[in-house]
Design a protein around this ligand. Sequence first.
Ligand code: SF4
Length: 379
Amino acid sequence: MTEIPLEQHVAPSGEQMTVRELASCPPPERWNDWVEYDAKAWPRKVERHYEIIPTICFNCEAACGLMAYVDKETGRVKKFEGNPYHPGSRGRNCAKGPATINQVNDPERILYPLKRVGKRGEGKWERTTWEEVLDTFANKIRAAIVENRRDEVMYHVGRPGHDGYMERVLGAWGIDGHNSHTNVCSSAARFGYQIWCGADRPSPDYANARFILLISSHLETGHYFNPQAQRIIEGKMMGAKLAVMDPRLSNTASMADYWLPTWPGSEAAVLLAMARIILVERLYNGEYMRRWVNWQDYLAAEHSGEEQTFERFIELMIDLYAEYTPAFAAKESGLTEESIVDIARQIGHAGTAFAAHTWRAASAGNLGGWQVARAIWFL
Ligand code: SF4
């Protein structure tokens, strides 16, 4: 870090100042004792010593990296800033990240467990201990397991940021009652992904994509997941085309190269029509499909009298999805046939550099909406 000579800089108070080049973040080797002047003491130069502790923001599931500036004199967090060493967010947070300080200092923040003492809804609570909480819950859960009343135990969490971990705990207990708010907005998309790829929230490689297709409300449509939004913009800056399938002119759609305002519930029909175009025009990734699609099993089970070759499998798939023509998808969705064909071809030509995602409305708002997540994989 370059320091400008002291004598060149004098504070309004008349004191000399050490001026350094602007830096976006304190270097990690100085995180144990980072010194800043107290802004409120200006023009006096009062040093404040901080220990900088890396942590995360959990105001959404993106879990961006933050740095907590802990005042060494008071032991309290003074402020939060983005952590440029976090591999996901890379120091770029939305406004909710640094605003975490408001939650820390909220006078109504609940700092210890409470037990209801009045009637339900009466609003009467008394302070209890974690020991009592753990003993009470553990005894009840244990009794339910021992007495084989496992369906009486349900786990509810607001925002599940511990993907996979609780499933293992609950699975070990023999309990399947896991609920969260995402069971309303994203469970259908998660289900489609889970049964198709074994992960309920895959993260496509947007930064290296040549074509990106986003369906519905999710990611960077204005409510969260800035790490993915950063990479979508990076992909666009490298020349990727972005298509958004959403009846709303969302924030994302307004940034897109193609806005596909489909009628709600018609998304899967459009995706299947696109998949069929990719098959008919031989734009698919044959090497990938030969290896990862169980086409031999399909032929043996459904067409044992047919030639058992990959080429015959493709022909049979084209027949199977014969009704999903551009005309059919256009009638269902309100899009033009030309736009469906054009996007399908661009997806096909992007090859392995195609990134897509669906979330919320298209999957959650329609019966069988999980098929939208499943149909994306056909592309
Ligand atoms: S996107 Fe915003 S709210 Fe979500 S984790 Fe990052 S900083 Fe926090």
